[in-house]
Design a binder for this molecule. Structure first.
Ligand code: COA
Length: 252
């Protein structure tokens, strides 16, 4: 269990708070494992009706911990277990997003149902810039949600998307002032809890459709991601980040 994940339960809603603000809530293997266990627990328990995901501090989540990436494949395995868990999770997921949502900080949101964002929210999927490929089904879900052209700006160019554009593109449910963000997400999670549970579960299942294609894409991405992680391009990108310099990629 990780100290950097806080789990709170409030009247049938499990809240998962990413709590590593000094590292912009970057996720380590231990943090992924704690979140995966929390989702498994929430799925099993009849008294939990919805899960709310939030980040403490000024950023929602700066993505995978790049130090963990450098350390070896163990963190990667924990990340993929979390991705599989959130992609196949069977209860409504609500997210409250402020500041930066980078990498998996954005891609996990594609699996959430209600996403509330503060005006300063900024969504970035810089996989290509890091010598990596998209994960968490984002190569399928980003074009489906945003349209290919907007997804290409994010996935091929690595350009950020601000809260306004994300709301217009259908990536977030609503923009909420920062000081009301968590309360709004909590109120909506509580509203879900008050719905008839069977009808709610069936409706969500119908909206999500057959998960087979998504799960297959997640596996395909994971294979390519593992290969890319060991590449000289990724090593250079990670090393450059910690050396606080621009990366230099060889062309041959
Ligand atoms: N992994 C590990 N450490 C990270 C991190 C990550 N993904 N993101 C941020 N941090 C750390 C920084 O190294 C820094 O640590 P330090 O104080 O010990 O030097 C601290 O968090 C604060 O980050 P900093 O870069 O100083 O803040 P910023 O506001 O200037 O920039 C980001 C914030 C998120 C834009 C920048 O940190 C960043 O680009 N992080 C990497 C994001 C990323 O590529 N994630 C992986 C996607 S697959």
């Amino acid at each position: 269990m990780s100290d950097h994940i806080a789990i709170i339960e409030e009247q049938g809603v499990m809240e998962i708070h990413i709590d590593r603000p000094d590292k912009k809530n970057a996720l380590t293997g231990a943090m992924y494992r704690t979140m995966t266990a929390a989702l498994a627990d929430a799925s099993m328990r009849a008294d939990i009706g919805a899960v709310l995901i939030a980040g403490r501090g000024d950023a929602f989540c700066a993505g995978n911990d790049l130090q963990d990436f450098l350390a070896g494949p163990e963190g990667g395995a924990a990340a993929f277990a979390f991705i599989r868990a959130i992609a196949t999770f069977d209860k409504p997921l609500v997210a409250a997003v402020q500041g930066l949502a980078v990498g998996v900080g954005t891609t996990m949101l594609f699996h959430c149902d209600l996403i509330y964002a503060a005006p300063d929210a900024r969504f970035v999927m810089p996989f290509v810039n890091l010598g990596l490929v998209p994960e968490a089904g984002s190569s399928l879900l980003a074009p489906a949600i945003l349209g290919h052209a907007r997804a290409a700006a994010m996935l091929l160019l690595g350009e950020p998307m601000d809260a306004d554009s994300a709301a217009r593109a259908g990536m977030v449910t609503a923009i909420v002032p920062a000081d009301a963000l968590l309360d709004q997400a909590r109120a909506k999670a509580a509203a879900l809890m008050a719905k008839p549970p069977r009808a709610l579960a069936a409706t969500r299942r119908l909206m999500k459709g057959d998960p087979a294609a998504l799960v297959a894409r997640i596996e395909e991405e994971a294979q390519l991601f593992r290969e890319a992680m060991a590449s000289p391009e990724a090593r250079e990108a990670f090393t450059a980040f910690f050396e606080k310099r621009p990366p230099v990629f060889a062309r041959s």
